[in-house]
Design a protein around this ligand. Structure first.
Ligand SMILES: CC(C)=CCC/C(C)=C/CC/C(C)=C/CC/C(C)=C/COP(=O)(O)OP(=O)(O)O
Length: 238
């Protein structure tokens, strides 16, 4: 995507928040912006993330990668909470609910990155912390060579553990959302987190295989997600 297109999106975003939609899609977002307490910052930041993606294809460390994940996915969590709403009997602060939403976006994005390592490599992109690759004796060429070695498996274990951490901290907030929003959020959390299990089941071969959750497993997750969404009690943290 060119920088001119992103500039134009940014201009349209400002216009939407000032009540001047350019087309039907913008009109739909304008309606949302005027009916829910949405802040423009996560929208601006998301465009910034896309700009970053056009300029950068390596991440020196996790701090840099985290920033990218915040821009392109954490922002989606922050945009969602004002629309989904927080339960009147919520047990945590509003700030903590927003933090959980941000962390669910981060967990999702890290998972998507780990699933897509092979595909991204074919486009010359490596969304992995370079310093951590080096800690495991790996470099870009190991990613491009698409060979799953013991070093790669050990590296992947660390990355999967980190992604799970973000899903786990997101759980607290998922139970504090308004009742109507909890089931879909729990469903997506459980299903997307399962992609990490699928990478493990593929013996950490995300270089030549695309991990996915089978349809039957997805369906099985729905009643589990429903049970988790029934109350504002977070079953796991008790
Ligand atoms: C937990 C609380 C309090 C609220 C929920 C807040 C929400 C909805 C957070 C989720 C944010 C979200 C959906 C971020 C997008 C991250 C994502 C799915 C990245 C992966 O993108 P793609 O790689 O295009 O995905 P697929 O290819 O899997 O479709």
């Amino acid at each position: 995507m060119s920088s001119e297109v992103l500039d134009r999106w940014e201009q349209r975003l400002e216009d939407i928040f000032e009540g001047r939609p350019y087309d039907m899609l913008d009109a739909a977002l304008t309606h949302t912006v005027f009916n829910f307490p949405l802040d423009i910052k996560p929208f601006r930041d998301m465009i910034e993330g896309m700009r970053m993606d056009t300029q950068k294809c390596r991440y020196h460390n996790f701090q840099e990668l985290y920033l990218y994940c915040y821009y392109v996915a954490g922002t989606v969590g922050l945009m969602s909470v004002p629309i989904m709403g927080i339960a009147p009997d919520s047990r945590i602060s509003t700030q903590s609910t927003y933090d959980s939403a941000l962390y669910l976006g981060i967990g999702n994005q890290l998972t998507s990155i780990l699933r897509d390592v092979g595909e991204d490599a074919m486009r010359g992109r490596v969304y992995l912390p370079q310093d951590e690759l080096a800690q495991f004796g790996l470099c870009d060429n190991d990613v491009f060579s698409r060979k799953v070695t013991d070093q790669w498996r050990a590296f992947m274990k660390k990355q999967i553990k980190r992604a799970r951490f973000y899903f786990n901290v997101a759980e607290e907030g998922a139970s504090q959302l308004d009742k109507a929003s909890r089931w879909p959020v729990w469903s997506s959390l459980l299903i997307y987190r399962n992609i990490l299990d699928a990478i493990e089941d593929n013996d950490y071969d995300n270089l030549t295989k695309r991990a996915y959750v089978k349809r039957a497993k997805k369906l099985l997750m729905l009643p589990l997600a429903y049970t988790r969404s029934l109350s504002t009690h977070n079953l796991m943290s008790q």
